[in-house]
Ligand binder design. Structure first.
Ligand SMILES: Nc1ncnc2c1ncn2[C@@H]1O[C@H](COP(=O)(O)OP(=O)(O)OP(=O)(O)O)[C@@H](O)[C@H]1O
Length: 645
């Protein structure tokens, strides 16, 4: 069965239609062909089955046209084959390529088939008629079915979604913004006995017998605020009380008793526990501070069953792991790096933790220490099946508390309360500290070590304990050797005898500890001025009694460092003096604009004076020839000594 099917996929352009029409015309049945031939007189060609096609206007289509429209000529050829065979009785090639052996003659018996074929062609003609009738230049402009108007666009949404980092920083500063601020001043002092109802008897007795009978301002404000909250929260829910109390941030000057301020509430809270579990972590930045905090906590917890442990870096991690597994301390004092090691080793779990205390917090938050902050936060989430905020009270202490919300944000603070002095600026110096600036001309800077020695001699006080800060370990080693040589070479007056000590990495840990004890002790029979030359490792939190003077031989690099250095003297509301040796206009300007400008002088803060204002004063910058000669000899010896090393 065949029929010339109209294939929509093969819809052609008008030109193609033109040609196919003409080729179709050439394939109409003989009967019609005869009619056409009569009209155009070219019957023979048709009979010869000449493959050339004639266009409507009788011109021969050349081969290039044919090549260019193979698909159309195929159709034409196919139709031709189809109909041509009918003429000469050949076999018929169906449209879909099949062949039947049935020979069709042009006899009447198939006229019905033909008529159907003709009808198909007629239908096709009608279908194509508009195109065929179309002449190139009569192309009608197709009327658009619809107005081509731009599709309505959604209104442009203003970029109200601020960029992620802006949103992040706002959320981070939010922690700071929602912080409750509690101001205090230096008048807030009261007897510890007034806390009799809130502190257990043993703890109160340890405070009054081993520390003091009256509080310092930061201790007053903290105990007045925290103790009632803690006692109430514990009475309501012994396990989740931390979430009710919220976190604590304390910005209090150096030597103001912060260690006692956080130790008292912790001991009070944990003294009623039954089984020893790790409930308080005290994180400090240096090993020296570990021992200092340990002593305070042991004194306070005497007579209770609380176990205070320390992590000694000289111990092996494995040994310490076993020790803590055998007996888990209630309170552990540790450096951040070591804490990360133990958490990764799984030495203890944080599920029972109630207090996380950060002492010298700005130093801790400024240094990554193996990313300790996120390790602890993740450890808390892992060990405790509770949704944030964790019921762990975070207590953050520093004399130069960071206002960097990014760093505070990492602590995931919960309803924090910040305690700070009622002062204009964040950093302030102890009330009884007096600073003096010594302006050294650049031309005389070669004799700076000599000026330092003459300054110490000019103090005329055998009880002098001067802590000299230099910028590096190397400077500490060289300066201490040079000072000792000058004393030996009598670069100073004969009766002056000064003990020179140094803390540096060349010394063993034991020798450094020995020098600190020697410097702090006043039990020597022959009292003489003592000088301890140290780097900024000694500036944080070190609590050495009776440091009478701090000398900034090299200027610190920041106001925070300056506060902590000067804070080694004038502690516990005692007096103290700080000297700044400024060489040339550059250092004088640096001190003024990068250090002094950050310090609050409005609350009890003394203003710095010039050395010449110090009474009695001696002009330490005037050196006679003999002194200069002795000094140069000492320098030569130091150089030779260094060369021999
Ligand atoms: N109420 C008090 N009365 C008398 N002395 C106190 C009192 N509280 C603390 N002290 C003493 O004051 C000294 C300084 O205390 P502490 O080391 O806690 O100060 P700090 O604020 O931590 O200083 P820094 O910021 O340098 O670490 C210590 O010797 C401590 O024993």
């Amino acid at each position: 069965m065949f029929a010339a099917r109209f294939d929509p996929t093969r819809v052609q352009s008008s030109e193609q239609n033109e040609r196919s029409k003409s080729s179709l015309k050439r394939v109409i049945p003989m009967k019609r062909a005869k009619e056409v031939a009569d009209d155009s007189g070219d019957e023979d060609e048709l009979n010869n089955g000449d493959s050339s096609e004639l266009s409507d206007n009788g011109k021969e289509n050349n081969s290039s046209d044919r090549d260019s429209d193979d698909s159309e000529s195929d159709l034409g050829m196919r139709e031709e084959r189809l109909l041509g065979s009918q003429q000469d009785g050949g076999s018929i090639a169906t449209i879909d390529g099949g062949t039947t052996n049935q020979v069709l003659s042009s006899t009447d018996k198939h006229s019905s088939v033909f008529s159907r074929f003709q009808k198909t062609l007629a239908i096709q003609d009608k279908l194509d008629a508009p195109d065929i009738m179309e002449s190139a230049d009569e192309k009608e402009v197709l009327e658009p079915f619809h107005e081509l108007v731009p599709i309505p666009q959604p209104t442009v949404v203003k970029d109200t979604l601020m960029s992620e980092e802006v949103a992040n920083s706002i959320s981070k500063s939010a922690a700071w913004l929602h912080t409750q601020r509690v101001r205090y001043d230096n008048t807030m002092i009261k007897p510890f006995a007034s806390y009799k109802a809130q502190l257990n008897e043993k703890l109160l007795s340890n405070i009054t017998t081993k520390f003091s009978s009256s509080t310092f301002p930061i201790q007053t404000i903290l105990l007045d605020t925290l103790l009632p909250r803690l006692n109430f929260a514990q009475s309501v829910n012994k396990k989740q009380f931390g979430r009710r109390v919220g976190d604590v941030l304390v910005n209090a000057s150096t030597g103001s008793g912060k260690t006692l301020a956080y130790s008292i509430p912790v001991i009070q809270c944990l003294s009623t526990r039954t089984v020893n579990r790790l409930r308080c972590l005290v994180v400090v930045p240096t090993k020296i501070l570990i021992h200092q905090v340990f002593e305070t906590l042991v004194k306070l917890s005497q007579g209770t069953s609380l176990i205070t442990g320390i992590s000694k870096l000289e111990n092996s991690l494995r040994e310490e792991h076993k020790k803590f597994q055998l007996q888990e301390p209630d309170i552990l004092i540790i450096t951040p790096g070591r804490l990360v090691d133990h958490l990764q080793l799984g030495t203890f779990s944080l599920k029972n933790l109630k207090f996380l205390i950060l002492d010298e917090a700005d130093r801790l938050l400024n240094q990554s220490f193996q990313n300790w902050c996120s390790v602890i936060m993740n450890g808390l989430k892992k060990d405790r099946d509770e949704a944030p905020p964790m019921s762990v009270i975070k207590m953050v202490f520093s004399a130069t508390l960071t206002t960097n919300t990014e760093k505070l944000h990492n602590l995931q603070l919960n309803r924090p309360t910040i305690f700070m002095m009622n002062s204009v600026k964040l950093y302030h110096l102890p009330k009884l500290l007096q600073e003096y600036n010594i302006n050294i001309p650049t031309a005389k800077s070669f004799a700076k070590p000599l000026f330092l020695l003459r300054l110490i001699c000019a103090l005329k006080d055998t009880q002098t304990r001067a802590l000299v800060f230099v910028r590096s370990n190397e400077a500490s080693i060289r300066l201490s050797i040079l000072l000792a040589l000058m004393v030996k070479e009598r670069a100073i007056s004969a009766e002056d005898d000064i003990e020179i000590l140094s803390i540096n990495s060349n010394n063993t840990r034991g020798l450094n500890n020995k020098h600190i004890k020697q410097f702090a002790s006043s039990s020597d029979s022959h009292i003489k001025p003592k000088v301890l030359v140290a780097t900024d490792l000694m500036s944080r939190g070190i609590d050495i009694e009776n440091v009478t003077h701090v000398i900034n031989y090299d200027l610190p690099i920041s106001s925070q460092q300056y506060v902590h250095r000067c804070g080694r003297t004038a502690r516990a509301q005692t007096s103290g003096v700080a000297f700044n040796m400024l060489v040339g206009k550059g250092e004088q300007s640096f001190w003024q604009h990068n250090i002094d400008s950050d310090l609050s002088r409005d609350v009890d803060g003394c203003h710095a004076k010039l050395y010449s204002d110090l009474e009695p004063t001696s002009d330490i910058l005037v050196i006679d020839d003999g002194t200069e000669r002795a000094y140069r000899e000492s320098l030569e010896q130091l150089k030779n000594g260094v060369r021999n090393d």
